[in-house]
Structure formats: C-alpha cells, structure tokens
Write a protein that binds this ligand. Structure first.
Ligand SMILES: [Mg+2]
Length: 275
C-alpha cells in the first residue's frame, strides 16, 4: 500500500495518526495549519488518532488542552503512554504488583489497568518497577525503584524520550531521562512501551479499525514517530525544519515543512502530489 500512496498521493491514505507535542502544538500554541489539516481529513471521512509518548497527562486532560486550542478531539481519539503502559503490562504479564514513579494520572491509569501499585517508598516484593514522567521525582524514589530492580523486578519505562519541546522550543525533561537514571543505578536495561516501539501504533490502529498498510503517521521526531511508524508498516510524513537531506532520513516517506502541506496535498488530489 505504501506504493499505492506513493502513486496516488495522500488521498490514498485511509487512517491518519498524529503525534502531538511539536507536531500539533508546541507548549500552549497550535502549530500552523493544525486545525485546517484535521478539519480537511475529517471532512473526507478519514479516521484520526493522536499517538503520544506523553506519560504525565490522561487522554481526557490532553483532549481538554486540544479543545482549548480550537482543535476538536475527545479522549477516545488519543492513545497516551500514560494510559497504555498499564495495559501493555496486563496484556503480557497479567495483573502485577508495581512500584511506580509518575504523575497522579499515570498512577491512576496503572491501577485502572488492574495492577496493585505500592505507595511511594512502601517496602515489599514487586513484579515491576515502572516509571512515567514524574514531576516529583526524587533521589529517594530513584533509590527505592533501583532497589526493587536489584531484588528481581522488571524495569519498565513509559517512553525513552530525553525531552520534549516546551514553550519557545525549550527542552522539557522527559521520562527517558528518569529511566536512564534508573538504568544506571540498577545496571539494568528498561523495557520501553512508547514510540518507537510498535505497541502504541498498533493500539491506535486497532482503536479506529485501521490497517497499517493504508495508514500514515505524521510526527516531528524522526527517531520515534517516523522510525517507529515505518517499522510498524505505516506511511510516514516527517514534519521538520531541519534542512537535513531526505536521503539521510530514509524512514521518512515524505518531508513536510508545515501541516498546511497536507491540506494542499488533499486539495490537489493524489495524482498531482509529489510524494
Ligand atoms: Mg513530537
């Protein structure tokens, strides 16, 4: 199908997945063309899902943020590492006893997925140490979680991102930075749930009845959005101003400078679009 998309253009895409941070918004501001692109795709009946490594906020919180920026979304459109880390663990290992560091939304989601989550610092044998973006991460939590791993627990991280772009593009430390500290302290490699691993892409497609072969992923992070989606079998659109030659980023099927290019591509019809 990737070949069909190349031949027929963007109108051959049936399902669209979008990253959020740095793709649809940056900080509290929508990206240029975001509303128009989503409205255009919805007007022709294409299912849209938002796939984010965000492990701090719930889908409902993110939907509220999107709606506040004039971008129509509901929590059923949003696949977050916050909510799918617990589901990932349950699908593979059943309901577990967890020591976890993360936001309130992250801990609530782990419990909703059926796991027993210890209170911070609580002693006892656990099956896994789990980390999401924790704005209250401390040395004590690092010590607690690394000691559970030393005692035999799995080490699970919601994503490997070192940072995401905040206001004005300034870096906001992410889950991967905390996971790296845990890996160093415990001398154990973490298992990561979020992009570029295929799990969130598969969940998003399953949720809207889409097929990877006729779906596209739009994202700004080459190493997570683009590489992960390509490996999961999707067509990939890399939103970037980097100026890096396309041949040096072969996992990107198409490089776009603005989301407005999606609108232009759909308006002109597939056969006139260069992909
Ligand atoms: Mg991004």
């Amino acid at each position: 199908m990737s070949g069909e998309i190349k031949a027929r253009g963007l109108s051959a895409i049936r399902t669209w997945l979008f990253d959020l941070d740095g793709t649809l918004y940056r900080g509290g501001e929508p990206m240029q063309g975001a509303r128009e692109a989503l409205n255009m795709l919805r007007s022709v009946g294409n299912p849209i899902q938002f796939v984010t490594n965000n492990s701090r906020h719930s889908a409902a919180e993110i939907a509220s943020k999107l709606n506040g920026m004039g971008i129509q979304a509901s929590s059923s459109d949003i696949v977050t590492a916050t909510e799918y880390t617990g589901r990932y663990l349950r699908e593979r290992h059943g309901c577990l006893k967890l020591a976890a560091a993360g936001s309130d939304a992250f801990l609530v989601a782990l419990r909703k997925a059926g796991h027993h989550v210890l209170e911070p610092g609580e002693k006892g044998a656990v099956d896994a140490a789990v980390v999401g973006l924790d704005p209250t991460f401390t040395y004590e939590k690092l010590e607690w979680l690394s000691q559970t791993v030393a005692a035999g627990a799995m080490l699970i991280a919601a994503n490997a991102d070192a940072f995401h772009p905040g206001e004005g593009g300034s870096p906001v430390p992410e889950t991967g930075a905390l996971a790296a500290a845990l890996e160093t302290a415990s001398n154990m490699k973490a298992t990561y749930v979020g992009k570029p691993e295929p799990y969130l892409f598969h969940c998003a497609l399953q949720r809207c009845g889409g097929e990877a072969s006729s779906a596209a992923m739009v994202g700004d992070n080459y190493d997570t959005d683009i590489t992960g989606a390509k490996q999961a079998g999707l067509y990939t659109l890399w939103l970037t101003m980097s100026g890096i030659p396309a041949e040096e980023r072969p996992m990107a099927d198409k490089v776009i400078r603005s989301l407005a290019e999606i609108v232009q591509g759909m308006r002109h019809g597939g056969d006139k679009l260069e992909v």
